[in-house]
Every structure is written in structure tokens, then in C-alpha cells.
Design a protein. Structure first.
Ligand code: KG4
Ligand code: ZN
Length: 341
């Protein structure tokens, strides 16, 4: 079957076509993304109204390009999968209403997908190893930090989440304080690696909030405030940016790895997966591999499926359609606070 995926929950307008054969083998035909990063950079973050206007301009060209590059006529599409939440409300509406209109005009089934479920399913796009349940997925993005126990396809239990900032938000806010621009993850990560490769050892100590509490929740806002106070006390910080990036990233990664490991032991996990924009982080991927891959099946999404894309939405659409079928498309609504279930 051919599936068209559509994603517009934040600042990327994305459309993808995937093909799934009768034995379940998935082929990505197109992964088209129109990114608004350059537009939002000058504001230091995503402006919802600006994002929605850009989606309106880009959505049809992106879908057209996705079909054209896949060399697929719309008549061949068997299913449309679209993000219905969580995310920015007006951005979500653009994607969902476009998908509804196409489904009606083309007479195709339509399925609404939770954006977090999409990130989780980025691991199911031709996985390098079998994914055995129960699995644990650390979903780390700009808007979410969630430890999800996955008991089977489309069966989730949230066992921990952030009480304040998300991990990606911590990167973005930290980068803003250090004058490094938006988005913060890639640049902090690059400078941290430069520091590590320089062979120096840092004396900077930042806290690891909620590392030793008896639950799997996270908190990153204290870490961010700690960085702010350290910078205020250190007039020389502009000459130590790489070291600050290193210490900040080290704290974030240590918290993520240790909490995931603890949860994996408690829930007798077989597979551990990373998902979301922060899972593009090289050091995070390496630390996980080092600490977890001997004991568990460990998987990470391909780099071009870590940050927001529509391949993950099409893939999640395939599994949800297969396991749960489709409901009446006219009832489909966006929900900016949609919970994973
Ligand atoms: O999943 P995503 O594209 O959007 C949301 O659903 O939020 O994630 C975007 C987040 C941003 O906060 C960005 O700074 C972070 O992912 N990010 C990274 C890296 N690449 C993107 N964080 C750390 N290291 C990276 N290499
Ligand atoms: Zn996302």
C-alpha cells in the first residue's frame, strides 16, 4: 500500500510517501520538509502565528513535490496519515484541514496521528534489529521529554515526563543565554564536541536535577537557571563557551541515560529506543550505545527521521491502520494537548 504522511505541528511543513509491501517491508519514497528555521531564527524561537502562515503557503507545494518525486499519482494512495496533536494549534489545523479536504476529494481513508507516536515510530522505519516488547522509548524533543513503556504496537504507558522544560527546550534556552541562536541543540552539541576533542578537563559543575528521586520524572529548568547564575558570576564566560556547552550537555545526557537505565531495570525491558529531535545528538546516541547496548536491543532513528518529518507520521499511520482501523474522518479534530494513548 501507498501512504501519504502529513506533518505541520510546529515549524516544519512536511509530506512523505511510503510504500509497504504485503510482508510489511517499508520503503520511503519521499521525505519532503520545508523548514522554517531561518524565519524563526531572528526571533530566537518559533512564533506560532508566523509558523501557521508559512504552513498555509507551503502545504500544497510540499504535498505536490512529495507525490511528484515519488512518481505516484494521487489515485494510487491508499491512506492519508496526518498529525492531529500535540503542537501549535493553528499549525495543526492547516495540516489536518488540508488532509481532510484531500481525503474527501480523493475518497481516501484518513487517520489522525499523535505527533509523539510519530516520533516513536521513526524507529520502525526499517529497524536494524528486531524490536521486542516490552520496549522503553525515551522521546526527547523541543516540546517533550517522556519515558514511554511500549507494551505492544500502539500500547503505551507513560512512566515519566518532564515537570517543566523539555530536554530540547533546555538546549534552546541554554543556547540563547550563551548567545548561540536557535535551535540550540546542534550548536551546543558541536561546541561541546570541540571542547571534548581539545583534551581539556572541565572543573565546571552543573546540577543533575531529580537524578536520585524515586520516580522517572525529569526537570530541566533548575539546570538552566544554574547555568544563568554561573554565567553571571563569570566575566570570562565568552572565552569559555565551548566548556560551558560541554558541561551543560554532559548534565543533560547524564540525567537522560541514568533515568532510562533505571526504568529499564524496573520494567524488565527488552528493547530501548530513542526518539525526537534531541535523539539526533551524537553524544547522547554514543552514551546510550555504550551503557545500554550490551544488555538490551538498542535502536535509534536514522538522523533524517529524528527531527520533525512526515515519514514517521506515515509509518505510525500504517501501524495504527493495521491494528486499529480508521474511524469516521469527519470527526477528526486537532488537539494541541493531545495525550499519548
Ligand atoms: O522533534 P523536534 O524536531 O520538534 C519537536 O517536536 O519539538 O525537536 C526539536 C528539538 C529542538 O529543541 C532542537 O534544539 C533539538 O530538537 N535538537 C537537538 C539536536 N538537533 C535538534 N538537540 C541536541 N542535539 C542535537 N543534535
Ligand atoms: Zn517533534
Amino acid at each position: 500500500m501507498y501512504i501519504l504522511g502529513i506533518e505541520t505541528s510546529c515549524d516544519e511543513t512536511a509530506a512523505s510517501i511510503i510504500q509497504v509491501n504485503s510482508s510489511g517491508k517499508l520503503t520511503v519514497l519521499t521525505n519532503i520538509i520545508s523548514s522554517q528555521i531561518e524565519i524563526h531564527k531572528k526571533y530566537g524561537g518559533v512564533i506560532p502565528e508566523v509558523a501557521a502562515r508559512e504552513h498555509v503557503l507551503n502545504i500544497l507545494p510540499v504535498i505536490n513535490e512529495s507525490l511528484a518525486k515519488a512518481k505516484i499519482d494521487y489515485k494510487k494512495i491508499d491512506l492519508i496519515a496526518v498529525t492531529k496533536g500535540p503542537g501549535l494549534i493553528t499549525s495543526l489545523i492547516t495540516g489536518l484541514e488540508t488532509a481532510k479536504t484531500l481525503a474527501y476529494a480523493w475518497k481516501k481513508p484518513l487517520i489522525g496521528i499523535n505527533h509523539i507516536e510519530g516520533h516513536i515510530y521513526s524507529n520502525f522505519i526499517n529497524p536494524s534489529k528486531p524490536i521486542k516488547f516490552p520496549a522503553l522509548v525515551l522521546t526527547v524533543s523541543g516540546g517533550h521529554t517522556i519515558l514511554v513503556l511500549m507494551l505492544g504496537h500502539n500500547k503505551y504507558k507513560i512512566i515519566g515526563e518532564t515537570l517543566d522544560d523539555a530536554a530540547g527546550e533546555a538546549y534552546d534556552k541554554g543556547a540563547k543565554m550563551l548567545g548561540l541562536g536557535y535551535p540550540g541543540g546542534p550548536i551546543i552539541s558541536k561546541l561541546a564536541i570541540e571542547y571534548k576533542n581539545s583534551g581539556q578537563s572541565s572543573t565546571l559543575k552543573l546540577p543533575r536535577p531529580m537524578l536520585n528521586v524515586n520516580n522517572f520524572n525529569f526537570s530541566f529548568s533548575g539546570l538552566k537557571t544554574s547555568l544563568l547564575y554561573k554565567l553571571k558570576k563569570d566575566n570570562n564566560w565568552p572565552n569559555r563557551i565551548n566548556e560551558y556547552c560541554f558541561a551543560y550537555e554532559e548534565a543533560i545526557i547524564e540525567i537522560l541515560v541514568k533515568k532510562t537505565l533505571k526504568a529499564a531495570t524496573k520494567y524488565k525491558i527488552k528493547t530501548i529506543m530513542l526518539a525526537g529531535g534531541v535523539s539526533a545528538n551524537k553524544e547522547l546516541r554514543e552514551e546510550f550505545k555504550l551503557k545500554l547496548s550490551k544488555k538490551y536491543h538498542f535502536l535509534v532513528p536514522a538522523l533524517d527521521h529524528t527531527t520533525d518529518n512526515a515519514v514517521m507520521i506515515a509509518t505510525a499511520g500504517y501501524y495504527r491502520y493495521k491494528n486499529k482501523g480508521v474511524k469516521n474522518r469527519s470527526n477528526l479534530k486537532v488537539d494541541s494537548n493531545l495525550k499519548l494513548q
